[in-house]
Design a protein around this ligand. Sequence first.
Ligand SMILES: O=C(O)C1=C[C@@H](OP(=O)(O)O)[C@@H](O)[C@H](O)C1
Ligand SMILES: C=C(OP(=O)(O)O)C(=O)O
Length: 410
Amino acid sequence: MNLHLNKSVIESKSSIQITGSKSESNRLLLLQALYPSIKIENVSNSDDSVLMSKALASKDQIVDIHHAGTAMRFLTAYFSTKEGRVTELTGSKRMKERPIAILVDALNQLGADITYKENHGFPPLIIKGKKLTKSKVNLKANVSSQYISALLLIASTLENGLELTLDGEITSVPYIKMTLSLLNQIGIKTTFEGNIITIQPKQQSQVDLKQLTVESDWSSASYFYSIVAMSALGTTIKLSSYKQDSLQGDSVLAKIYQAFGVTTTYSNNALTLEKTKDVNQDTNIEFDLKNAPDIAQTISVTAFGLGLSCHLTGLHTLKIKETDRLVALKTEIEKLGGQVAITDNSLTLQKVTKHNANIAIATYNDHRMAMAFAPLALKQDIIIQDYKVVSKSYPTFWDDLAALGFIFSV
Ligand SMILES: O=C(O)C1=C[C@@H](OP(=O)(O)O)[C@@H](O)[C@H](O)C1
Ligand SMILES: C=C(OP(=O)(O)O)C(=O)O
């Protein structure tokens, strides 16, 4: 189904409440299954977190996590330690194209019994739960940090904990640090020195009642940064339940969007975004996003909307996400009249000031395609195809846009 967005002008808004980070939530839900004395507040209402929660509670033999990458990777590790249980872990058509061999190999080396039901290296997996007996393993670290977080999340339940050696350049590092920090918050001891991570064992009875509040989702906040960047000077949007010392790497948005004339202030557990400066039209936007891959789409579209040139690097993980995001960005921006060059790890956008209106943007089952392109309605009429795809991470996205003054109809 298509959503037709009319060219809109927004008003300053004092209270948008995005729910908890999907990344933090999916880690804590798994840790709660291992250590039930943990209580979690402000859990994400995203499809991916609902699926994670259901999968952890499921007694079924087949567990289907649809498009949820973190759930797929984290649950592979989780089910591999459930002694006596056999689980078929599967997902959507796209999930069956997202590689998982690096994680499966590491778990099998630790003593797990995981095999492939269809294609070698890809879900669905047949996981025969076992006691994992070894405690040292190496893993290739430049493909997805989710493999690393998956191992770290179960590591404290292994008899001797884990010593993980990371080979090659490490990608998406803030997500690894987020995992370690959450482990530390429940009293699990960790170290991360050079390319070696260690996790000490911890029994269930050793974790006391612990209440943890999830900070709201910074990747979801990115769309409001884009909206403010494309709005008139003085426009402000306030987003609640955020903090300055975030565990989420995407909080780098506050710094990045200064280049688009957006200033961030933090007070009383909230963020205020304000358009404080018009951007010089000769500005070339340049960032390395290897630590924050999920905001690449938002930034590219903001640059396009403002008629700026842009060069983004560190994008090598984008090809194996919900869709090949590099190809999707190039295809859709070019439909709008832009010129984009991509390599395996970068995207270069030429400066263009004239945009085609009323173009239907394909979303490729990727929530971030829909949400990244929607702010362009501040510049022109635009159509978003299969608009409900946003629920993967942000089910109330369109309601929040309506509250800001965006005008649209199905
Ligand atoms: O651990 C996580 O919660 C995530 C890690 C990142 O994946 P990669 O490490 O595969 O880049 C990110 O893109 C994803 O949305 C969430
Ligand atoms: C890449 C993402 O999610 P996942 O890998 O968990 O499917 C995302 O939310 O942008």
